[in-house]
Ligand binder design. Structure first.
Ligand code: SAM
Ligand code: SF4
Length: 351
């Protein structure tokens, strides 16, 4: 075990960020995430319990994990989430708790979650046009999501981040509309490159292509060191390598004209951002996953049957030593020619 007793992988990277998928169920069927018919869902009794997740979070928080993201499926589709967030927020050492949601059910829970300790939120939004929004989500209402983004800002969630995935031929003509939307409401919008996970095939739009289009329209669009004002949350993830400014895996841009909007690019496909990876993922069925792109999973529910927290930690510590240095998606694609080997859909892993 590492002498500092932190969770450290075989390459010496400290793992400080746990992404928790609380459910694989979802009220939408986004084309790039799930097949229209839905996917075979995990039985209710096989979903990891909140008690198990909380125990895991407590143990890992004592060993350096300080950041947690709740995701899914649609996290707001799981009962009891507000109470779960409250208990998560009480764990000492977890300084940053966030959630990614499609925003549809957000108004029902927004105040309660904020009071429970959730202070920042990512809302996914792939189109500003009702018809296209329906085409992408196959259901769901754009108006509801827009209202809920406004509500999040009004309540004081900070930052409110918008996750946008572009698919060629569907919403790639909305790049400038999205930038204007972010500028109008001074939002932090991140374009995420489509990842062909789960054998899903869509034509991705690279971050570079999006960046070029924005630069043509906005002369003062520049990499920007930001004073990130997360409530009580440090900006330790923000770093600057002279050419680019990063917040975790997101390459950040802003505008010189005084507008506070932030545009980020998350480029899992076109840039290898894996080198500094600090992430672990817990799937809804209670498996630890070391990388989005490798299907190997490790059963945490079994490990948690151990009553001694330090034995649990030691077992997890041994598992994380198996984390690969970087994803090998592009190499696998070249070798195999297709993506039929990519098994899990994103709703199960949590994005
Ligand atoms: N249901 C919630 C939502 O949509 O925000 C949380 C779960 S969703 C899997 C988390 C994020 O993953 C969303 O922002 C979604 O756009 C993104 N996502 C899903 N499938 C993806 C894919 N194949 N490539 C890139 N991003 C994807
Ligand atoms: Fe559901 Fe989120 Fe996947 Fe869309 S991206 S189908 S909202 S889990």
């Amino acid at each position: 075990m590492d002498k500092l007793d932190n969770l450290v992988d075989g390459y010496g990277r400290r793992l400080t960020y746990l992404r928790i998928s609380v459910t694989d169920r979802c009220n939408l069927r986004c084309v790039y995430c799930m097949p229209e018919s839905g996917v075979s869902l995990i039985n209710h009794e096989d979903i990891i319990s909140y008690e198990d997740i909380l125990r895991l979070a407590r143990i890992l928080s004592r060993h350096g994990v300080n950041k947690v993201r709740i995701t899914g499926g649609e996290p707001l589709a799981r009962k009891g989430l507000t109470d779960f967030v409250k208990k998560l927020a009480e764990i000492q050492g977890l300084s940053d708790i966030s959630m990614t949601t499609n925003g549809i059910l957000f108004d029902k829970y927004a105040h309660g979650l904020f009071d429970a300790g959730l202070k920042r939120i990512n809302i996914s939004l792939d189109s500003l046009n009702e018809k296209k929004f329906k085409k992408i989500t196959r259901t769901g209402s754009l108006e509801t999501v827009l209202k809920n983004i406004e509500l999040a800002k009004k309540i004081g969630y900070n930052p409110v981040k918008i996750n946008t995935v572009l698919i060629r031929g569907i919403n790639d003509d909305e790049i400038i509309d999205f930038v204007n939307f972010a500028r109008k409401f001074e939002l932090n919008l991140r374009f995420i490159e489509y990842m062909p996970i789960g054998g899903n095939i869509a034509d991705a739009v690279s971050s570079q292509e999006i960046e070029e289009k924005i630069k043509l329209e906005f002369e003062d669009f520049k990499p920007k060191k930001l004073k990130i004002k997360y409530n009580n949350v440090s900006d330790e993830n923000v770093y600057d390598n002279k050419l680019s400014v990063y917040d975790g895996v997101s390459r950040l841009f802003g505008f010189d004209d005084g507008n506070d909007a932030v545009i980020g690019f998350i480029s899992p496909m076109s840039e290898h951002f894996c080198g500094g990876c600090n992430r672990l993922r817990l799937t809804a069925s209670g498996n630890l996953r070391l990388c989005l792109f490798y299907d190997d999973e490790y059963n945490i529910k079994d490990i948690l049957k151990e009553s001694d927290d330090e034995i649990v930690f030691e077992k997890i510590s041994n598992i994380v030593k198996l984390k690969h240095f970087k994803h090998n998606f592009n190499e696998k694609m070249e070798k195999k020619g297709d993506i039929s080997w990519a098994n899990d859909f994103m709703n199960a892993i949590g994005g």
